[in-house]
Structures are given as C-alpha cells and as structure tokens.
Design a protein around this ligand. Sequence first.
Ligand SMILES: Cc1ncc(COP(=O)(O)O)c(C=O)c1O
Length: 389
Amino acid sequence: MYSSRVPGDRRPNAFARALARARADRAPLLDLTTSNPTQVGIRYPAGLLEPLADPAGLVHRPEPFGLRETREAVARDYARRRVTVDAARVVLTASTSEAYSFLFKLLCDPGQSDALTPAPSYPLFDHLTRLDGVRQRTYRLTYHGHWCTDPAELDDAWTSATRAALVVSPNNPTGSAIREDEAREVSGRCASRGAALILDEVFCDYPFEHPWPNPATLTDPACLVFRLGGLSKTVGLPQIKLGWIAVDGPAALVRDVLERLEWICDTYLSVSTPVQLAAPRLLADGAPVRSAILERIRLNYATLRRLVSDVDSVDLLHGDGGWSAVLRVPATTSEEQLVLALLDEDRIVVHPGFFFDFPHDAFVIVSLLPEPREFARGVARVLERVDAA
Ligand SMILES: Cc1ncc(COP(=O)(O)O)c(C=O)c1O
C-alpha cells in the first residue's frame, strides 16, 4: 500500500498519474481537495489589494526581520486572538514554508539533525525537511474519539540529534488542536532536551465550534517556541506571500536565536517592501474574508456531519478546526482503488489517507472550502460509492 505514497515518494504512482490525466481533460472535475480559497467563490472586498500600490514601496528599506510597523501589525493581530506577542520578537518571511526553512537552518546541521513531525499531517514536511538536509522522524497521533499526541510516540521518535519538534494546531488534515496536557508533554521534553518547539498555527482562525485554549500559554516557560502564521490562511491570500515567526521562551535563549536568525533573514531579504507596507491594512481589511471562509467551512462541516450520519459504514472523525475533514471508510477496497474509481467514474477528486501518512486503510480526506452545493453533491456521491462497496 505504502509504495503508492505521493509526498516524498518520487516514483510515479497511479493516483498522481490519473489526477494529472483528469486535470488535462476538458470535462469538469469536482475537486474536494482544494486548499485555494481564492477559487471557491469566497467574496474578497474589491479594493483589498490597493495598499500594495502604496508609492512608499518605491523605496527599498532593507530590514532583516521586516519593517517595524508590519511587525507591530502582526503583534496586533495576535492580540486580536488574546495572545501577547512582542513586536521585537516577530520575524517576517515570504511564507510559512519559508519560515520552516529558516528555522531548520537556524536549529539544525545538514545531514546531522532530526526534526520530529506529526503523522498524519501536512505532506510538505517531507519536502521541507529534506530540502534543508534535516532528517524527519515522525511521531504518530493516535485516535481515541479525538486525535491525541502520545508521549510514548514522542519518546520513540526522539533521538540525541533531535533539534526541533513540530506541532500543527489545528493539524492539517486531522483538524486536531493540541490539548493542554499534550502541550506540556511536548514543550517539557523540548526544554529539558535542548530542542525547540515549532508551533504551526496557520489554521488557528478556523474553529469548527469553540475556540481552543492558546497553546503557547500552556507550554513550559523554559521552552523555546516558534509560532508560525501567515496571510495565506489568516486572510485567505496565499498569493500575496507573507508569513511570520513569533519567538517566545527564556530571554537569553530568545536573544541568542534572534541574533542568528537575523543573519539568515539578512542573507535572503525575501519579503517584498510593497507586501510589508500593505500588510497592516490587509490584516485589518481582510477580516470579512476570514469570516466568509469560517462561515464556509462551518457550513460544509455541518453538511458533512448530516450526510455522514445517514451512512452507517462511514465515520466522520472528530476535528476541532481547519480547512479539511477526515472520513473513516470501510477498507473493503484499498484507498487507492477508491480514489481512482471516484476520479475515473465520477470525476470527483478526494485525497486518500496515505497522502497524509495515515497508518492504514481506509480514510478519505475532504476539503471544507468548496462551494457548498458542489461540496454536498460531491460528498453525497463519495458516500454512495463507499456504502455500495
Ligand atoms: C499546516 C500547514 N502549514 C503551513 C502551510 C503553508 O502555508 P504558506 O502558504 O504560508 O506557506 C500549509 C499550507 O497548506 C499548511 O497546511
């Protein structure tokens, strides 16, 4: 089964080939994998991008961590979520992916350091670690009515070369937000074993129901924490390219890492001035986009719940938030056969569990972003096919 994994596995596989073929075809596809909010009928305010034309952008003001006013705007955005962040500890990057790369450069020695990543989780971790010469070691999340971080899994994955533990909260695609006891388990280990906690909160604005407690207030005060966020999810603008890192932890450690991080950022100076100048207004004026996306994912999640409740053979696994949901389906056929049948015969695209490194068959992952009628039609067809099998 795992020979057909997509991320990290550079061999061609049936699903990737079939998807490429289907996308090249003229006939429309119903895409239940989209992670692009700009192409699913979400309304963006007409003048939202006007601040990018600020004439002040004609002047280049190189600042390794970014313009002070932009870092202050990011700190204010944390305050919106009742999280206190010092603007002096905010570092701007061109994306969250770039933030990972900078942190791997900061924390790891190529070919000699390990980073712990959760599984199932974001497939790009395979590439992001590999591109910086970092060895990826996964710790499995386990499902007991909700997804849990198991301390024994962390310990099994941990080595003397572990320099960073990654936590995604809420996680993609499980939607699980880290709980208080789990945050303490991970951060306590990082603090006592000389590793840093990288806390990816890109989906933090999208709770399915109630917001969860802020993980950074739950972490060990001796732990060095890098919180990651960005415009791509916070205001649904992946094409604008702005991410950030907020550094927290013991003052001496933070001072030291900021000094070294400055050198890395200064080498690339990758965030464009127009984006930095526009960011304070994009963060403020993008609020209606965030609300529209939140409304969309909640509506689709409610539809999913209702449709799944009519089908005994399928479970909707519990998630706390984010842009995707996980269905457990009977393993009567392999995930690969199921997603290929949906693609070839129904022209519906869903992700198989193996795409996100689920431990066994059979899981189907759907994006909650699609237009609601299309979403309901696609999910109904997926359930029909699964139930018939
Ligand atoms: C968990 C997670 N982190 C980071 C990213 C990348 O975000 P960015 O567009 O800021 O690079 C994604 C994108 O989907 C994601 O799912």
